[in-house]
Design a protein around this ligand. Structure first.
Ligand SMILES: Nc1ncnc2c1ncn2[C@@H]1O[C@H](COP(=O)(O)OP(=O)(O)O)[C@@H](O)[C@H]1O
Ligand SMILES: [Mg+2]
Length: 427
């Protein structure tokens, strides 16, 4: 439970003040230091690239690469690369800075508007959170777009906070629900920040947490967020009492108005993990959604539940969201946890393909032990190298390959529907 607020408020305020410069700082000071000799976060090392890999990403030969790197170091654009066993390693931050230095266009230069993908299924334990965090990392690592991604956890289970260094017992951390309820709650941590002089916008930006990937941030949740449903009901009843004409979905735009509108210039893609219930938290996510992904394990019970869910979901979007689904550009069911080796899941997967046709994402996410090991270690399969010996190499490759294929499908969907930036605005 959230306690010791007075002590942690000071830390919280420091965090808010540092928010604008957070990711650079976190990159070097993250507490998950494993390679102690180097005092560099193991996860940052995992995602560092050899000179030849970095050259490939930038699309230049080794002579040009060396010239660019020397110039970028001289002009303070990048710090020196890491030196490991006689070879240089370039972190994601190095590569992004070099891409910017070379004026290589990123997502924000090519597209306008924010993509908001909601990951939802009524069935719990179907692989939603695994799908969601894996997708966030996969998309963040697309160097050709380097999209700025925000993962919002709207499931009060709070699983995604475990993928950060956050101690969620720290009362000074604000969750998405804390920000959405905001002024409607008295004596809250949010209110104390407000009294300390912070604006709502500063609190939203300051509550977004950095990860080991500079262009991926997280807005966590906490079991306390379960109060949202009751609190919202009270707010609705009050509003209806004041004005009997008030529509039932009156507050279901709070994610859009209290969070997304305040960070829309800082991110390109928002990916939201939701609770496996049909409730106001899901409605508030769907109000903001431009894309919907419904992960489903190809098992009879899961597929059955998913079909029922899809039928009733349409009425949730139409009747319970102020936007009535106007922003939604695409939706797909995504097969996840798919076991192909023994043909165990093939029959149901075929049924899903037949029933859904193009509404099924082209590629499934494979079921492999590597995803389980990753989840147990609160990392993604993308954060594991064969040398870590956490999962057999074959399983790891299978996991990564299927994630790459799923990432490509979803990228393609977004690219098909995204609004191109005006040429005149493109740098
Ligand atoms: N593709 C996968 N391969 C193997 N295990 C998986 C896969 N996806 C999820 N799991 C495992 O299934 C369990 C439930 O996954 P989770 O993502 O937490 O589901 P949900 O969020 O729908 O409750 C976890 O133990 C997770 O490790
Ligand atoms: Mg989950």
């Amino acid at each position: 439970m959230k306690k010791h607020f007075e002590e942690s408020l000071i830390n919280g305020i420091k965090r808010m003040n540092n928010a604008s410069d957070q990711h650079k700082k976190d990159e070097l000071t993250s507490s998950r230091v494993i390679s102690e000799d180097l005092e560099i976060d193991e996860l940052i090392l995992t995602h560092s690239y050899s000179q030849s890999a970095a050259q490939k990403i930038l699309g230049v030969n080794h002579i040009v690469f060396k010239q660019i790197v020397d110039k970028a170091i001289d002009s303070g654009i990048i710090e020196k690369p890491l030196k490991l066993a006689h070879s240089y390693k370039y972190t994601i931050a190095h590569i992004h800075a070099l891409q910017d230095y070379l004026n290589i266009k990123s997502w924000k230069d090519k597209f306008k508007g924010l993509e908001v993908i909601v990951v939802n299924n009524l069935k719990g334990g179907t692989g939603k959170t695994t799908f969601c965090v894996s997708l966030c990392v996969e998309l963040a690592l697309q160097f050709s777009y380097r999209p700025r991604i925000l993962c919002i956890d709207l499931d009060p289970q709070g699983s995604i906070a475990q993928y950060t260094n956050l101690d969620m017992n720290d009362a000074s951390i604000l969750t998405g629900v804390d920000l959405m309820l905001g002024d409607n709650e008295s004596d809250s941590v949010y209110q104390q920040y407000k009294s300390a002089g912070y604006s709502h916008e500063e609190l939203v930006k300051g509550s977004v947490v950095s990860t080991h990937i500079p262009n991926l941030k997280i807005l966590p949740s906490h079991p306390n967020d379960g109060r949202y449903i009751d609190d919202l009901l009270k707010m609705k009843l009050q509003a209806i009492r004041n004005n009997p004409e008030t529509k039932d979905c009156v507050f279901n735009d709070l994610l859009q108005t209290k969070i997304i509108d305040h960070i829309k210039d800082d991110f390109d893609i928002v990916i939201i993990d939701t609770t496996p219930q049909k409730n106001v938290l899901v409605a508030t996510a769907m109000d903001a959604a431009t894309g919907l992904l419904v992960p489903c394990t190809p098992h009879a019970l899961d597929w059955d539940a998913t079909q029922k869910h899809l039928n009733s979901f349409i009425s949730l979007i139409k009747d319970e969201t102020p936007s009535t689904g106007d922003k939604l550009k695409w939706w797909k069911v995504a097969a996840t946890n798919f076991e192909d080796e023994f043909g165990r899941d093939t029959a149901i997967y075929d049924k899903m393909r037949e029933a859904l046709s193009t509404d099924l994402l082209s590629n499934p996410l494979a079921r492999t032990h590597a995803f389980e090991v990753a989840a147990q270690n609160k990392i993604t399969v993308k954060d594991i190298l064969p040398s870590h010996k956490l999962a057999p190499k074959k399983q790891l490759m299978k996991a990564k390959d299927s994630l790459t294929a799923v990432g490509r499908d979803i990228m393609h969907l977004m690219l098909t529907h995204a609004d191109k930036a005006d040429e005149s605005e493109v740098k």
